[in-house]
Design a protein around this ligand. Structure first.
Ligand code: SAH
Length: 403
């Protein structure tokens, strides 16, 4: 964790409420993680939901400062190893640091994630930028507090001068965190739509429509990587608003995108027009379509598989792995020799090695040999904290299908 500036650090004597955690919880923090589960909280009496708290071990040793949730299984999310005298000042500093990090690592786009929760030491806050629009998501009680929200919007405004700031609400997360219901909408400004560009490809964006915060920005660098290799006839399965398809269309002679969401395909079609591309969009269940196409002996030179997270928890891991296996098997059947498979998994619960094993298994079943061209992850504006495995979730393999 970066050190807070001297002005916001005081000795542990500072008057914030204190949460005592178990030996196991303290060990977890010592290993570099930033979460403590409720089962490792020994005492948190009288602590208001969303408070800034000092964290101590069972012997009373001070371990750092955290944000407390009274509802989530993740009771404690660390924000500093020291005492924090001025959370407001630290919040502003962290926002500026997150912006500065993107200035160093983000290229060829005006749409990217500015704040990625734990990975930016701002647990519970996500902010995406789409050209001159900002879109934020609040995921925890501490980030929901009115003064905290006001500081976030004010600091983002000062630093980035957006035309508007929108909030997108994930009703399920708010329910789990016992936050009052709230609807998505503009927090500041009037503008909700814009056109952004990444890797030279243009996209429509509407802050009040679509899934997640609007686009799948985590795939941005993978789009460009995939476009390097794909040629000939391409199929983009689970295409949403056409992220991969539009990039592949730069080099492929024919591109087809498949998704079960009609609204997503309507935007995909507008995006194709915006870029002067002809792409075929098919509204279908990907599993049915892949089975039918594979049975009919259709062939492609490039196939993208980018399904939604099949494993929402460890419990449905087996079903998820079967789903990945089936998709990869059908796709591999349809790829010509020399073809390219771009296959992704965004389920944190499916590890990289499990995912690679599934793809390898599918390849064995259809007697194809695969060579890994690239073994990729999320774009670098979605940083991965090495000691917080949960921040690494996206797998994107680009493989060459030989004989
Ligand atoms: N590749 C996209 C992101 C895909 S997100 C991009 O880069 O932007 C997953 C997509 O899968 C969503 O658009 C969702 O509508 C679609 N989807 C979910 N289940 C599906 C199914 N059974 N068949 C087809 N599409 C499905």
């Amino acid at each position: 964790m970066p050190q807070p500036s001297a002005a916001s650090v005081l000795p542990p004597a500072i008057a914030v409420p204190t949460v005592k955690i178990s030996h196991r919880g303290a060990d977890r923090l010592k290993q570099g993680h930033v979460w403590v589960y409720r089962s490792d909280v020994v005492s948190a009496e009288g602590i208001a939901p969303g408070s800034v708290v000092g964290v101590v071990d069972e012997r009373g040793k001070f371990l750092g400062t955290a944000l407390y949730s009274s509802a989530s299984q993740i009771a404690i999310r660390m924000i500093a190893r020291q005492a924090v005298a001025d959370w407001n000042a630290l919040l502003r500093q962290r926002i500026r640091d997150a912006i500065a990090y993107r200035e160093r690592v983000v290229r060829d786009t005006n749409a990217y994630r500015i704040i990625f929760s734990e990975a930016d030491f701002l647990p519970g806050l996500i902010v995406d930028r789409y050209d001159d629009l900002l879109c934020l998501q609040v995921l925890t009680q501490a980030m929901e507090a009115a003064p905290v929200r006001a500081t976030i919007v004010s600091e983002l405004g000062e630093q980035l001068k957006p035309a508007a700031v929108a909030e997108r609400v994930d009703a399920r997360v708010r329910e789990l965190e016992q936050l009052p219901t709230r609807s998505s909408g503009l927090l500041q400004g009037q503008k909700s739509g814009t056109v952004f560009s990444m890797n030279g490809v243009r996209f429509h964006y509407d802050a009040l429509e679509g899934q997640k915060t609007g686009a799948f920005l985590d795939q941005r660098e993978n789009y460009a990587a995939a476009a390097q290799y794909a040629r000939g006839e391409a199929l983009d399965v689970f295409c949403y608003q056409g992220g991969f398809a539009l990039h592949l269309a730069q080099h492929c002679s024919k591109v087809t995108g498949v998704d079960s969401s009609r609204p997503a395909l309507e935007v995909a079609d507008q995006n194709a027009a915006l870029n002067g591309r002809e792409i075929e969009w098919i509204e279908a269940n990907a599993f049915d379509l892949l089975r039918d196409y594979a049975d009919a002996g259709r062939e492609y030179d490039a196939i993208v598989l980018d399904p939604p997270a099949f494993a929402k928890s460890k419990r449905n891991l087996d079903t998820a792995l079967r789903g990945y296996k089936e998709l990869n098997l059908r796709a591999l059947k349809m790829l010509r020799a020399g073809g390219i498979l771009i296959t992704c998994s965004c389920s944190f619960h499916v590890s990289r090695s499990e995912f690679m094993e599934v793809v390898a298994d599918a390849a064995r079943d259809v007697h194809r040999n695969l060579r890994i061209l690239e073994n990729r992850t999320q774009a670098r504006d979605h940083p991965i904290l090495l000691n917080v495995p949960e921040t690494a979730y996206l797998k994107c393999l680009i493989v060459d299908v030989t004989c």
